[in-house]
Design a protein around this ligand. Structure first.
Ligand SMILES: [Cu+2]
Length: 117
């Protein structure tokens, strides 16, 4: 029985390790990461792999000159963070986010999307 018990312990260790690493990573975004959208989006929606702690999470959207184009305070619903956008002209936009997940781990990242051709 030693081998099966050892195998079980290893398996449990793998499961625990996976849970500890399960921070809130960006699962998907709308507009999608790196995408080009034909018309200006009204908001950026970010969906994470875990529920978020709104008080310690935020997002900024800037244009090619570094000027803010988001409307400020994001809204939250479980694992989703949204922020409204000013009317965007064609061009490149950068989304910078940081979140604190309910497991108290911080993650951050950024990506761009394009409006227009
Ligand atoms: Cu975590």
């Amino acid at each position: 029985m030693r081998i099966p018990m050892f195998a079980t312990a290893v398996l449990l260790g793998v499961i625990a390790g996976t849970a500890a690493e399960a921070h809130a990573f960006l699962d998907h975004a709308d507009p999608r990461v790196g995408s080009t959208v034909p018309t200006a989006p009204r908001e950026v929606s970010l969906t994470y792999t875990q529920n978020l702690e709104p008080a310690f999470s935020g997002v900024e959207v800037t244009d090619a000159n570094g000027a803010r184009v988001d409307l400020g305070k994001p809204s939250f619903s479980s694992s989703v963070m949204r922020v409204g956008l000013k009317p965007l002209s064609p061009g490149a936009y950068k989304v910078r986010w940081h979140v604190l997940s309910v497991d108290t781990h911080k993650t951050e990242g950024s990506f761009t999307f394009h409006v227009g051709q």
